[in-house]
Design a protein around this ligand. Structure first.
Ligand code: ADP
Length: 399
């Protein structure tokens, strides 16, 4: 069966068609600038040329229609008809406390997801628009929601509660939810498999370091803590997000810079992180080049990022009372050997040592620690689309 995986944002939509048996990607691409002038679709069949077509997409429905047309297009399409799409897996950012696993998207589920809109106002409404548009175009195809928050629903209450009046949790469900769950789940499972061990006997720390970044503590296969919070702003210093800070800074900044709350949140979400610290770029490749040329702020931004990551890893070793593997994934985690080396240098006292040659790896599954390192350190590339396709298949076959 082929599964269409859709990740729908407010003005963009990423898609992949995956053969669930061979797990091969048959075609992939994205629609950009939906609802904005100059919209275009990028489509790439497996082994074929990437093609970009400018085409008006006033709504997500038109965007999805263009995706479906591309898949069956007689020239470079990969299927004969849409009957060959057995199910659609949708990435949904926030499932609140209601969804601890993926679910068939019924009207009732969609209503419940809509209730989570408050918790993820930037993401959930866009996800829902994508789901509804898809349902209109493929009314007989089962759709599954795979939530970014679901994997972290196993966190104990002591990990997910904030030190706020309890009634705010009861009234508004203010608590830590965590994100990137599909990736943390996929990578932790794969780590155990790769090491030939049973995940039920393992304490794994997964470092998902991309533009958005989070670390999680996975004990016996279950997430017991993670760095992102009620929203993705908490935790690590990221590409443009501040991560943890003293909440009083917000009020201070609003007074000093004459900002309203939207303005202050924009600073924390879009103008901070390594971008804000360096004043240069949110991309670590740019920062590395600048650092090599002696740019002090680029050096500082990387150091702050790595130090924060190391502190969280240390705290998760405490949370699990040990660790059996530390794993790096996502854009930076998979590719940036300097980030990995610097972060791991904080754990020399524990007998963790990287093998410089192995640590040169990019985007491949590999143990990057030395043979006598007390704890193995690995690179395991994440694959959120494949994880969504697998979850979708599981739900659809159970039906
Ligand atoms: P997201 O999905 O959160 O947008 P990614 O996981 O794609 O982010 O990671 C993007 C980041 O990964 C980039 O900003 C860049 O800093 C880093 N990155 C990607 N490729 C490389 C590379 N080859 N070398 C070093 N860093 C890289």
């Amino acid at each position: 069966m082929n599964v269409l995986v859709i990740n729908c944002g407010s003005s963009s939509l990423k898609y992949q068609l995956i053969d669930s048996v061979s797990e091969r990607v048959l075609a992939k691409g994205l629609c950009e600038r939906i609802g904005i002038e100059g919209s275009r679709i990028v489509y790439q069949p497996a082994g074929g040329e990437k093609r970009t077509t400018e085409s008006p997409m006033p709504t997500h429905k038109q965007a999805i229609q263009l995706v479906l047309d591309s898949l069956v297009n007689p020239e470079d399409g990969v299927i004969q008809s849409l009957d060959e799409v057995g199910a659609v897996g949708h990435r949904v950012v926030h499932g609140g406390e209601k969804y601890a696993s993926s679910v068939l998207l019924t009207d009732e589920v969609l209503e419940a997801v809509e209730e989570c809109n408050d918790l993820a106002p930037l993401h959930n409404p866009a996800n829902l628009i994508g789901i509804r548009a898809c349902q209109e175009l493929m009314p007989d195809t089962p759709m599954v929601g795979v939530f970014d928050t679901a994997f972290h629903q196993t966190m104990p209450q002591k990990a997910f509660m904030y030190g706020l009046p309890y009634e705010y949790y009861e009234k508004y469900k203010i608590r830590k939810y965590g994100f990137h769950g599909t990736s943390h789940s996929f990578v932790s499972k794969r780590t155990a498999q790769f090491l030939g061990r049973d995940i039920k006997d393992m304490k794994i720390i997964v470092c998902h370091l991309g533009n958005g970044a989070s670390i999680s503590a996975v004990d016996k296969g279950a997430s017991i803590d993670t760095t992102m919070g009620m929203t993705p702003l908490e935790g690590l210093v990221m590409g443009t997000r501040s991560g943890d800070l003293d909440p009083s800074i917000i009020e201070f900044l609003m007074h000093k810079e004459n900002l309203d709350i939207e303005g202050a949140m924009k600073v924390l979400n879009k103008e901070s992180g390594v971008y804000g610290l360096s004043g240069l770029s949110s991309d670590f490749r740019d920062l590395e080049t600048a650092a090599e040329n002696g740019n002090e702020r680029a050096i500082l931004a990387r150091a702050v990022f790595n130090y924060r990551a190391a502190k969280f890893i240390g705290s998760y070793i405490a949370a699990m009372n040990g660790v059996d593997a530390i794993v790096f994934t996502a854009g930076l985690g998979e590719n940036d050997s300097l980030v990995r080396k610097d972060i791991c240098s904080y754990f020399g006292y524990m007998g963790i040592a990287l093998d410089d040659e192995a640590n040169k790896v990019r985007g491949e599954e590999k143990v990057i620690s030395t043979a006598d390192s007390k704890i193995p350190v690995l690179v395991i590339p994440t694959n959120e689309e494949l994880a969504i396709a697998r979850e979708t298949m599981e739900i659809v076959s159970d039906k």
